[in-house]
Design a protein around this ligand. Structure first.
Ligand code: XMP
Length: 318
């Protein structure tokens, strides 16, 4: 019988055996998976675990500062690296979804590699990969099912880094990861968080990415997510976020005609992200959220709600 406590005990023991006195690096994403993986390794090898938290400039509003702080409180040996400019430069002018993902993945590896080289004698790379990540990536790399998206956190680093890979969660589903986190006393701030994709807002800004678009979407997303929390809806939803669409539409403001951006809100129910249903959010909530967004976020004059399920509509729009 699988229990989180037993999983923690056996996994920590196995990690100790496997890693011994070696040093390990791990990229934290702010999400549940990498955080739980880090805590398990921390239990097993303590200060020999070096965590790196990269700001790719595509995180949620205040995410980098808040999460970094939280990790330090958890006792992790973590370094925050602000590489926003490097990512945005590399993405400039690119609007193809798969190319954007590849660029983000590549720059992440470059940044991570630079950091890893500053730590002497690292032998292992730890990743928070979970079971569904692998399935989706396998089918994307030539499996019989339709091509899905390239998940940049699967597949690891280039060979020249010469690191052995350790993935303590590779057989778990998301709900099991949460239960493991709970059993090791992880705070709800991280445990209860919605999943957030590695490429971040980069795949929620349709078309090319600019700093200005990122900050518009960060504001919209923050209003939506804060609203969900205030209305006690956050925990009832598996994942939520906003997409910035590459269309402008006409609006009026006083006597003025506007021609501004449209955002789509998406909230889904799911157990593992493989299938998903859109959530029937209360009209009053949608009404208030839409008003807040349009009133507070300069450059947005229209809000729509995504009522598509997966399949076929993936959770992310790119
Ligand atoms: P889709 O859009 O494929 O997303 O329905 C399913 C789940 O996976 C997340 N997602 C990603 N996570 N790197 C990640 O770490 C990625 O490249 C990526 N793409 C999608 C998505 O947010 C949803 O939870």
């Amino acid at each position: 019988d699988w229990t989180p406590d037993a999983f923690v005990d056996t996994t920590v023991e196995e990690l100790k055996q496997k890693i011994g006195d070696d040093k390990v690096i791990l990229g934290l994403s702010g999400g549940v998976d990498s955080s739980v993986a880090a805590m398990l390794l921390h239990k097993a090898i303590g200060k020999h675990l070096y965590c790196i938290f990269v700001n790719n400039g595509l995180l949620r509003k205040n995410e980098f500062e808040d999460v970094l702080h939280q990790y330090k409180d958890m006792g992790l040996n973590v370094k925050g690296v602000d590489a926003s400019a490097r990512f945005l430069d590399a993405l400039e002018g690119e609007s193809d979804p798969e190319k954007k993902r590849k660029i983000i993945g590549r720059v992440f590896i470059e940044v991570f590699d630079d950091e890893a080289h500053q730590i002497e004698n690292v032998k292992w790379l730890a990743q928070g990969t979970i079971y569904p990540d692998r399935i989706e990536s396998l089918s994307a790399s030539g499996g019989p099912s339709a091509v899905i998206k390239s998940h940049h956190n699967v597949g690891g680093l280039p060979d020249y880094m010469n690191l052995k890979i350790v993935e303590p969660l590779h057989l778990l589903f998301k709900d099991e990861v949460r239960r493991v986190g709970k059993s090791i006393g992880m705070e709800d701030f991280i445990l209860g968080r919605h999943p957030f994709p590695g490429p971040g807002l980069g795949i929620r800004i349709l078309g090319d990415i600019t700093k200005e678009k990122v900050s518009i979407l960060q504001e919209v997303d923050a209003i939506f997510i804060e609203g969900l929390k205030k209305w006690n809806l956050y925990d009832k939803v598996w994942q939520a976020g906003a997409m910035l669409l590459p269309v402008n539409s006409v609006g009026v403001m006083g006597d003025e005609r506007t021609y501004e951006k449209c955002v789509a809100l998406r909230a889904v129910e799911s157990t593992d992200g493989m299938t998903a249903d859109w959530v029937n959010l209360p009209y009053e909530f949608l009404q208030k959220t839409s008003n807040d967004i349009i009133n507070k976020v300069k450059g947005v004059n229209r809000v729509v709600y995504d009522i598509s399920s997966k399949p076929p509509a993936t959770i992310e729009w790119e």
